[in-house]
Structures are given as C-alpha cells and as structure tokens.
Design a protein around this ligand. Structure first.
Ligand SMILES: Cc1cc2nc3c(=O)[nH]c(=O)nc-3n(C[C@H](O)[C@H](O)[C@H](O)COP(=O)(O)OP(=O)(O)OC[C@H]3O[C@@H](n4cnc5c(N)ncnc54)[C@H](O)[C@@H]3O)c2cc1C
Length: 472
C-alpha cells in the first residue's frame, strides 16, 4: 500500500510523526507543494525562498537515503494534493499540523476530500509543544500574557523526540514525478545578493542539529547574559532551523533537559522557546495577526507614514549605489529607504539593518532596537517594518514576526508599553560597549565622517509620545 507524507514546515526526517506513519503504513512517498495561490496564503519573502531552495535539496538527499522519493508540485494545495494522491494510487496521506488560519482551511479541505474519496488522512502534532486550542485561561479564552501562558504550557509533559525511519528496501513504484526544483526560480538572479546568506548558513536538518549541539555544548551556560551581546555568538541561531522544521521544539526541549541545572542560562533559553509557542498561540487565535492591531486602540494611531509601502527593495540596496560610500547618505533617500539600507546615521540601527541585508538574520536585541526606531522615531507603521523583515529574514516566521512587531509597537499581546522607547545610543553603550558589533557591520559609523542621525532622537521621541496621547 502506498502512503503519502505531505511535508510543509517540517523539513526533517527525525522526530517527524507524519513521516513515520507513512513509512509504517506501507511504501512511502513524500510531497512538497509550493502554494502561493490558496486564498490568504502569504507568499514567501525573497530570503525565505533562498532558504527553501537549499532546504529542499538537502531534504531530497536525506529522503533518498531512506528510499523515499520527494515529489515537488506547485499550485493551490487544496487541488494539487488530492490530485496527486489519486494519481499515485495512495490509500493514505499523513501530515503534521499547521496553525495559520488559511493553512488550516486548506488542510481541512484536503481532509474532507480524502474522506469523500475513501483515502485515510491523518495529522499529527510536531511543530509546537502545545496545541493552541488546548491551553486556555481560567475564563476559557486564549492567553494574552506570556508569564501565565508559559507557566501552564511548560508544566505539561512533552513527548520524547522520535527517531528517523529505517531505510526502505526500495522506493515505491508508479509515483508520478513532479517538477524540477530549479524551475521554481527561488534564487534571485539580477542581482544575486545571496553571497552573505550562503556564507552564514547551511540550510537542512544536519546543520540544524549541529547548531543545537554546538549551542548546548557551550554558549547556553551563559545565555542569560550572552543573549544580549550582539557581537558575540551567545545565542543559538536556531531560528531558521525551527522556522523550517529542520529541528523540532521537542528535540530542543529534550536536549535542553540534559544541560538544565548548569546555572540560569538553560532555563532562560527554555523561556525563549516559550516565546515561540506564545507567538503561535497568538496567531492561531488571531489569524490576521500580520495585518491587524491586537489592541484596536492603535487603529487610530496617527502614523507619519502609513502602512502599505510593501517590501520594495530600495535602489540603494539593488543597484550601483549600494557601493556608495557609507560616510555619505544620498539626499534623495527617504527615511524608510534609509532604514532599510542601514543609512540612518544611528550606528546600532544601521549595523542591524546591514546584518539583516547581508546574512538574512539579525540579533534579537538589535531587532528590538531597529523596530522601535522605525515605529517610534520615524513614525512609520509597524506593518511596513514587518513586511521588510518578512522579505529579508531567512527565519521569517508567520507568527513570530508579526507578534514581535506588534510587541515592539505596543499594539500586541503582552506588549512593551508604547511609551517605552528604546534609545539606540543607550542600547549600544549597554550591549555593545566596545563597539565590536557596530565595527563588524558598519565600521564607518565609528569614524567622525559618519552622517548625522536622520532624526533627532529626543524630538522624535516627544512627537511619538504626543501621538500616543491622542489614542489613549
Ligand atoms: C521585530 C522582531 C521581529 C522578529 N521576527 C522573527 C521571525 O520572523 N522569526 C523568528 O524566528 N523570530 C523572530 N523574532 C524573534 C527573535 O529575534 C529571533 O527568534 C532570534 O533573534 C533568533 O535568534 P536565535 O535563534 O539565535 O535565538 P535564541 O536566543 O537562541 O532563541 C532560541 C529560539 O527561541 C525562539 N525565540 C527567541 N526569542 C523569540 C521571540 N522574541 N519571539 C519568538 N520566538 C523567539 C526562536 O525560535 C529562537 O530560535 C523577532 C523579534 C523582533 C523583535
């Protein structure tokens, strides 16, 4: 009997209950569908597409070694998946659950269609430690505050990670072939700006598990302090591996339990895994988290720059101007483009934005600072920044990205109060005291020739607080 495993944000062979079920159910084939057409599905950003291309190449090698062919298809999954099941003669299909609104609608439709056609369809929990509908406050609603949420979730018993399946004797016969990965054109061509990404990352399961063991073998011990030092390798850099499911939260939690008790570092790290859960909890209960303020009072906020600018890449990052000396800021650059290009004249903000553009990732402390600067000092809507991060992060996550932007904006769950405005200069002194992070990403910022800040920090702060008063 042929079984299909439909892989989505779980691109791994170990701790993959859907894959195991497919293998146990007979001869297994794996399917990945690039779906940019189903209603409400958010198309991937450019850095995420780069990651996906390499992740699928790596996954194909891992699955080949297990005798499981990986078939790639493109189109609306609600149509493409049932058609593939029928063509391959499969009697069963398995997948691990997704928690976004449009994705759940697609999955429900595929399940109903399978039932109508006599195909067994079954889903599993694999991407989150908690199922968002099982955890409720005393009054029965979803959690809006992190601490009680995590107190409840972290007290639950999480299953141990599962092994990868044993290799099959032979791959199943008669599985229709899919499309060629290269035909998806996931890699940018003109220009190809991904050299920094390729230097910084190896997408895939093996690299993800190495990142986990390297981190738990050392930096985790001092994580409580190290996580705030952007110049040092004090964090795990697991975010893209968790985002794409090369590593599961069950694997992280299980491995983390082996180093618990070595100071506060491991416990603090466990709490960050909790924030990931909390972001997904929010998205499950608020499917429009990326577009709608969780606190409606913010709907009337008088932004200087409204939403809707889109993730357009400014010419200065695309064209020849990218080589323009950093000491100067071309006059025509508007504040949003200056922020995107790391040319605001505020060293920590510029360093962060340049790290993001170079390697598709930014340190968490700096993400908070650059987001706060965009929203509060430049008066630009959080959605504009969220879209830019969505376009440029390799870990761009449907839940963590909007939840964190709303957290910084003050419009989200358990959000920092709006009036808590990060001062990027104070933050730099505190968390990058010797300027090593700034020196790494914008050495010019440490010279007297560096341009003046785009805005006066005190004046723009006052302006932001006045705007906030108008919606209180
Ligand atoms: C404005 C803004 C946007 C963000 N966008 C994303 C995003 O798109 N994708 C993403 O994975 N994270 C996002 N984060 C959260 C955080 O910055 C990254 O998860 C972290 O920097 C990744 O580095 P790391 O793996 O070394 O983290 P570590 O410090 O080693 O943490 C371990 C893991 O915990 C999770 N985690 C840590 N902090 C958070 C957090 N605040 N919220 C949710 N999960 C967290 C991540 O999965 C991370 O890999 C954002 C934060 C801000 C302020």
């Amino acid at each position: 009997m042929v079984s299909i495993v439909w892989l989505r944000d779980d691109l791994r062979t170990a701790d993959n209950p859907a894959l195991l079920a497919a293998v146990h159910g007979g001869e297994a084939a794996a399917l990945y569908v690039l779906d940019e057409e189903s209603p409400g599905i958010r198309p991937l950003g450019a850095a995420a597409k780069w990651w996906l291309h390499h992740a699928l190449k790596s996954l194909r090698e891992d699955l080949d070694a297990l005798g499981i062919p990986l078939v790639l298809l493109r189109g609306p999954a609600g149509e493409v998946v049932p058609a593939f099941v029928q063509q391959s003669g499969a009697e069963q299909i398995f997948w691990n659950r997704r928690y976004g609104g449009p994705e759940r609608e697609v999955d429900t439709a595929v399940k109903e269609r399978a039932a109508a056609e006599g195909v067994h369809a079954e889903s599993f929990q694999a991407s989150l430690l908690h199922e968002p509908w099982t955890v409720r406050t005393g009054s029965g609603g979803p959690y809006r505050v992190f601490t009680p949420f995590w107190r409840t979730v972290s007290a639950m018993d999480f299953r141990a990670p599962l092994s990868a399946p044993e290799p099959a004797a032979a791959p199943p016969a008669g599985i229709p072939s899919g499309v060629d990965l290269d035909d998806w054109n996931l890699l940018p061509q003109h220009p190809d700006w991904t050299a920094g990404l390729a230097e910084a990352w190896i997408p895939g399961e093996e690299a993800g598990m190495s990142a986990l063991s390297d981190f738990l073998g050392g930096p985790v011990e001092n994580y409580d302090d190290g996580r705030d030092r952007p110049a040092k390798p004090g964090t795990s850099r697991l975010s893209p591996y968790l985002r794409w499911g090369h590593v599961s939260p069950f694997q992280v939690w299980h491995e983390l339990s082996r180093v618990r008790g070595k100071g506060p570092g491991p416990d603090v790290f466990g709490t960050e895994i909790g924030w990931r859960e909390f972001c997904w909890h929010q998205l499950f209960h608020n499917p429009d988290l990326a577009t709608k303020n969780l606190r409606p009072a913010f709907d009337g906020f008088p932004w200087d720059h409204p939403e809707g600018a889109g993730p357009r890449t400014p010419a200065i990052l695309r064209g020849k101007q990218a080589q323009a000396p950093l000491e100067s800021r071309p006059e025509e650059l508007d504040p949003l483009d200056a922020w995107k290009a790391g040319r605001t004249g505020i060293p920590l903000v510029d360093a962060g934005q340049r790290q993001l553009w170079s390697i598709g990732w930014m340190h968490n402390r700096v993400r908070m600072v650059t987001a706060s600067f965009l929203i509060k000092n430049l008066g630009i809507h959080w959605r504009v920044g969220e879209e830019w991060f969505w376009e440029t992060l390799v870990d761009a996550d449907p839940a963590s990205n909007p939840a964190n932007w709303q957290w910084v904006a003050g419009s989200g769950a358990d959000a920092a109060p709006f009036f808590r405005i990060f001062n990027p200069q104070t933050q730099a002194k505190r968390f990058d005291p010797d300027g090593a992070y700034i020196a790494r990403w914008v050495p010019q910022a440490l010279t007297p020739a560096y341009p003046e800040p785009l805005v006066d920090l005190t004046e723009s702060r006052r302006h932001a607080l006045e705007a906030y008063e108008s919606i209180r």
